[in-house]
Design a protein around this ligand. Sequence first.
Ligand code: ADP
Length: 260
Amino acid sequence: MDIYTLGIDVGSTASKCVILKNGAELTAKSLIDVGAGTSGPARAIAGVMEASGLRPEDIAYTLATGYGRNSIEGVADQLSELSCHAKGAYFLFPEVKTVIDIGGQDAKVLKIASGGLLNNFVMNDKCAAGTGRFLDVMARVLEVRIEDLERLSAESTNVVNISSTCTVFAESEVISQLARATDKRDIIRGIHRSVAGRVGGLAKRIGIEDQVVMTGGVAQNHGVVAAMEQEIGHKVYTSPLAQYNGALGAALFAFQRATR
Ligand code: ADP
């Protein structure tokens, strides 16, 4: 009989769910663009159940992770997003040694030991610079959609240096660049470089080893991924499941629990 497990990642910015079949095959996923403390987690669970065509009693084990993992009911257990990101990245990239996760409100760099276990980590959760929030704020000022940043930065011919690391000051810097009619695409490339500089600096603190994998919502922006490769001097791998990586790890741990 097939064993289905559900992983839920209640992030600061988005709620993600993954259902796995036999700890190996993606059955369904869902994402709602609001996270902890909102209706997001419940809507994401309803969404993934509907997409899977399964009934609640078909799910052998449910495990929650992420910033708001303690806030939802009806889960068998919960685990830190550090363990779940390590697990998910190792599943997608068995050669992974370094995970760079950039979410909505924090950035973490994980060192992965053999077998996919978490060895060490550093994190920035004190400051919006170098997080998805920084990009969200800048996209709003630039009047572009977050999913268009990648395409626009790829068209840039002359990167603009954003010198402020503080999000509030960097926002003022962007506004004054716009007032000077600087090309938005060059500003966006500068913004990507700023995020890569912040998080790349964090990564250098614990040491970067190949393979390097980027996870979290920001990893979908290949403009940031390219800037990161330039910053750290290593190839950076991503997956279309990057934003689901924590939920994937949770579903994998859920499978271990269901079968132990
Ligand atoms: P959290 O787990 O903290 O809720 P996520 O890993 O889900 O965060 O990432 C959320 C961030 O991902 C958002 O702040 C946004 O900047 C970024 N993001 C979301 N969707 C996209 C997209 N399609 N392209 C680029 N960036 C995105």
